[in-house]
Design a protein around this ligand. Structure first.
Ligand code: NAD
Length: 317
């Protein structure tokens, strides 16, 4: 059987929010990484963030290359496209990728929900293109949704998953692509209902956040919704679904409340005002504590899942 060599080099396209944490993930896992961005300033910021993140550690940051131009790549490289969520920009990147990569180079797109087939429409070899949807920050969050296009080969999906596992990730393969994939569909379903409850005046902002965080939020850190419903009882869930669904928000349009806030420039932390008020100090503190907190929550969630797997195994003996 023909053997494909292991991936030794990651080429990340786009040095933005995601590209920077992707580079961090690669370096922390001792991989060479080349980050390509059309803006030199974005590359400079990426360099500063890597120096900051790995100062005083044994991580070799000389494995990081920052370029505004492409280099030739072979099958020991993976290209991870992480440019803005715009079909034209992503298609242009695919065309550059094909010009510089040999046909066996694996290419993945970090799109949050665009069609993989639409991104690969003009490619000569779209069979080696898959979706690999990371979550922010990519160096911390374990899950990665892996999405096949209509012509993606099983071998390309398998290579993508093997690569992700080597990075310590938990790749989960979708059977087919749907807009927003899985996680964003669920996140938007939750937010549609949250915004509807605010609009109807059922609850205020702080109370809503408190209820969600300290009820379903903390539970979801330990088990997925289906496993949780098993423990709760499917009959109980059905009884509630029977009377509740007719009252849930079903709008096909984004919430008016959201439209109004964005129209008046209330974009969240980056504009100083969203649902809450923000200043630089508050943002910095929140980001630092969130990162530290996430590390702890992820460790607890991993440990819990590990113990559960062990006890399931014991029970089946
Ligand atoms: N931000 C998130 O939370 C998040 C989470 C998961 C997935 N994503 C997805 O990841 C992708 C990137 O998102 P982001 O938030 O990092 O965007 P971003 O705007 O922060 O960064 C994009 C970078 O791409 C660069 N760029 C633009 N055109 C380019 C080109 N032709 N060649 C090279 N570089 C180019 C820009 O200069 C910019 O630095 C999007 O598809 C987004 O949907 C984002």
């Amino acid at each position: 059987m023909e053997m494909t060599p292991p991936i030794e080099r990651a080429v990340v396209i786009g040095a933005g929010t995601m590209g920077t944490t992707l580079a961090k993930l690669m370096l922390a896992n001792r991989l060479s990484v080349c980050v390509i961005d059309s803006r030199a300033a974005a590359l400079e910021t990426c360099r500063q963030k890597m120096d900051q993140a790995f100062a005083g550690t044994d991580v070799d940051t000389t494995r990081l290359a920052l370029q505004t131009h492409w280099s030739r790549e072979d099958e020991s490289s993976i290209v991870i496209e992480s440019v803005p969520e715009n079909l034209e920009i992503k298609r242009a990147v695919m065309s550059r990728a094909e010009a510089y990569c040999d046909p066996a180079t694996l290419i993945v797109t970090n799109t949050s929900g665009l069609s993989i087939d639409a991104i690969g429409r003009d490619m000569r070899h779209p069979e080696r293109l898959a979706g690999a949807h990371f979550f922010n920050p990519a160096d911390l969050i374990p899950a990665v949704e892996v999405i096949p296009g209509a012509v993606t080969t099983k071998a390309a999906l398998h290579r993508t998953c093997t690569f992700l596992e080597r990075l310590g990730k938990r790749p989960a393969v979708l059977k087919q692509a749907v807009p927003g994939f899985v996680a964003n569909r669920i996140q938007h379903a939750i937010m549609r209902e949250c915004l509807s409850l605010l609009e109807k005046g059922v609850v205020d902002i702080e109370a809503l956040d408190d209820i969600v965080q300290f009820s379903i939020g903390v539970r979801l850190a330990l088990s997925g919704p289906l496993l949780q419903r098993d423990l709760n009882g499917l009959d109980t869930h059905l009884n509630i679904a029977r009377y509740l669904y007719e009252d849930l928000e079903r709008t096909r349009e984004p919430s008016r409340l959201l439209e109004e806030r964005v129209a008046q420039g209330w974009l969240g932390a980056k504009s100083g005002q969203g649902f809450y008020r923000w200043d630089d100090q508050r943002i910095e503190g929140r980001q630092r504590r969130t990162r530290e907190g996430l590390e702890r929550v992820i460790a607890v969630a991993m440990q819990h899942t590990h113990e559960e797997k062990g006890s399931d195994h014991d029970a089946s003996k």
